[in-house]
Design a protein around this ligand. Structure first.
Ligand code: GLP
Length: 242
């Protein structure tokens, strides 16, 4: 694990974005794994800037998002598709057909999970996976439990997660109870992980995830197994590491 601690978000986002741009410069047909939530917004802004400054093109890049809420269509303002379109896809030169996000409104969620998993297997090893962590230690929507999944699956979200994520919904009741999420398999197999976390609220779970025992009750702890993970934290998030 390569741990980097930053005094401010700007520098953190720039360093993390540079690590992603580096991969694309080395391989213009790179495959990227994307995450959502507030934490990666700054990184996506830096990727947009890099594109606008002519430093990178996403034209031949293929992307796979980790997760999507069940029941939310692409144009739903809280869907992860809408989030990615807003913060990245609509501002750079991705080829529409190269963008992949689980379909949250298909007739059969289990079938969709199988379809998405088959596509990930076809894609092979991701070149870089962008990740962050939920307050309860979830990665993507791999929620804490006695077991974890290697493959894409349908998950029932914990009340914790719904509570936390309700901050971007009109109400808790509006937060879906289910989602489709990539399992830990493709993440752990990625050539490189760019992991980012910010703020005091994440300090405890980060300590558990990176310095505690590997435990399915803290899904993030499995990232300790990755041979090439870059961890970008601000000082508040890293306070228990120091
Ligand atoms: C969601 C996503 C996760 C993300 C988490 C943290 O639940 N499924 O992939 O890591 O939120 O979000 P935030 O960065 O807003 O704390």
């Amino acid at each position: 694990m390569k741990l980097m601690v930053f005094k401010n978000e700007e520098d953190l986002d720039m360093a993390a974005a540079n690590s992603v741009v580096e991969v694309i410069k080395a391989n213009p047909k790179a495959t990227l794994g994307f995450a959502t939530g507030q934490t990666p917004v700054g990184l996506y802004q830096k990727l947009v800037q890099a594109y606008q400054n002519g430093l990178v093109s996403f034209k031949q890049v293929t992307t796979y998002n980790i997760d999507e809420y069940a029941g939310l269509a692409k144009d739903h303002p809280q869907s992860f598709y809408y989030f990615m379109k807003t913060h990245l896809f609509s501002q750079v030169d991705f080829t529409e057909g190269n963008i992949h996000i689980p379909d949250g409104i298909g007739p059969d969620l289990e079938e969709e999970a199988k379809r998405y998993e088959a596509m990930l297997k076809e894609a092979g090893q991701l070149d870089v996976q962008i990740l962050s962590i939920g307050l309860n230690g979830h990665i993507g929507f791999n929620e804490p439990g006695h077991t974890l999944h290697a493959e894409t699956h349908v998950v029932t979200l914990t009340e914790d997660t719904r509570e936390v994520n309700s901050r971007v919904f009109p109400s808790l009741a509006a937060v879906p109870t289910k989602a489709i999420t990539m399992g830990l398999g493709p993440m752990i197999k990625a050539k490189k992980i760019v992991f980012i976390a910010k703020g005091e609220s994440k300090a405890n779970i980060l300590k558990q995830a990176f310095q505690g025992p590997i435990d399915p009750l803290v899904p993030g702890s499995f990232l300790q197994l990755h041979p090439n993970i870059e961890v970008y934290l601000d000082e508040k998030a890293a306070q228990y590491f120091m």
